[in-house]
Design a protein around this ligand. Structure first.
Ligand code: SF4
Ligand code: ZN
Length: 343
């Protein structure tokens, strides 16, 4: 028997909301989803009227839904924001080149300005070239560190006040689990925050308007709205650790849908005992970007690539930073260790 929409009772329900279990028609689902994002934005005071906001856009479902919903809400509730799209081109043939075509179409569909910054122009290396040198084991470390900085640099070029990213509830719950499993309390504290304030020069505040949106609902929203997005996975995505955390979380979700929110709440409520040593944020003495070490991670990874020592930025080699800065040569033994990569 057809089920009626539990919200309007006029239309036939076309879906059961993964987050609440309610049976809804398409229109009522759109309203429920958009209103939740609106409430998140208002409750956390994510934006101020007149701000320039860069939407980190990859062409994937999350950032496409984010761009769409931000545009809808900005108009519906007169946020007074100047929205623009900001994309990073990692230089991955057969993946990012195609997804950037999607972003370019989104730019026209949503009539928003678009800026693309590339690893090649910023660092002189594409991910294709990096994978050739480092293999498929640590490639995502390079990519993640470079992306974080590339977004900041793009945001500065665009002169935006804030960047918003498409991180959803599932992403955040996964990150909470990973940080617990790794014992990374500094990151655990930061990863549930809905917004980061400026942490120093060269860092643009970031926020996550989809923090409480379930991935399954984002997919449904994109599907029913017929949004134009790119759904292929990165060709270099072995990132096994996150994959296990994701599978574990999906298993939990299938037994109890609230698991995703429960894990996020756990992350939010865990506090750090007084006296626990936390890293102190300073700035990189080479590029000026935020760093808790003398050299930031991006500069160390780049130095490793340029010297043909790809392992330099992987693992802990902080004691070598002084040598790198003063251009002192490394010993043969040090070089040998840093050259070896397991493919
Ligand atoms: Fe970069 Fe890894 Fe993501 Fe591919 S999967 S885009 S290499 S971080
Ligand atoms: Zn640096």
């Amino acid at each position: 028997m057809p089920v009626q929409c539990s919200s309007c009772s006029n239309n036939r329900a076309v879906l059961r909301r993964p987050k609440t279990g309610h049976s809804l028609c398409k229109e009522c689902f759109f309203v429920a989803f958009e209103e939740e994002v609106h409430r998140t934005i208002v409750a956390a005071e994510l934006f101020k009227p007149g701000e320039r906001v860069g939407i980190a856009a990859s062409g994937g479902k999350d950032s496409t839904v984010l761009a769409h919903v931000m545009k809808v809400l900005n108009e519906r509730y007169s946020y007074g924001l100047e929205l623009m799209l900001l994309s990073v081109d990692e230089g991955i043939t057969g993946y990012r080149d195609d997804s950037l075509e999607t972003v370019k179409r989104n730019q026209e569909q949503y009539e928003l300005p678009l800026k693309i910054v590339s690893y090649e122009e910023l660092y002189g290396w594409t991910m294709d070239a990096i994978v050739k040198q480092v293999g498929l084991k640590n490639n995502c470390t390079f990519c993640g560190v470079f992306r974080r900085q590339a977004l900041d640099r793009g945001a500065i070029m665009l002169k935006v006040d804030k960047i918003c990213t498409g991180h959803n509830a599932d992403d955040i719950a996964e990150t909470v689990l990973m940080n617990i499993l790794r014992g990374d309390i500094a990151r655990l504290r930061r990863c549930t925050a809905i917004s980061t304030s400026s942490e120093g020069d060269g860092v643009v505040p970031r926020c996550k308007p989809l923090k409480y949106a379930y991935e399954k609902e984002i997919v449904l929203y994109a599907y029913f709205k017929k949004l134009d997005y790119f759904s292929t996975e990165c060709i270099y995505s072995p990132n096994a650790y996150r994959g296990y955390a994701r599978t574990f979380l999906k298993d939990l979700e299938s037994i109890r849908p609230s698991s995703i929110m429960d894990v996020i709440h756990s992350g939010e409520n865990l506090s750090v005992r007084d006296g626990v040593k936390m890293p102190v944020q300073g700035t990189c003495s080479r590029c000026g970007y935020i760093s808790s070490q003398t050299l930031c991670k991006a500069c160390v990874l780049l130095e490793g690539l340029n010297r043909g020592l790809p392992k330099l930025g992987i693992g802990k080699h902080h004691r070598l930073h002084g040598k790198l800065l003063s251009q002192e040569p490394l010993t043969e033994k040090e070089e040998r260790k840093l050259k070896a990569v397991e493919f």
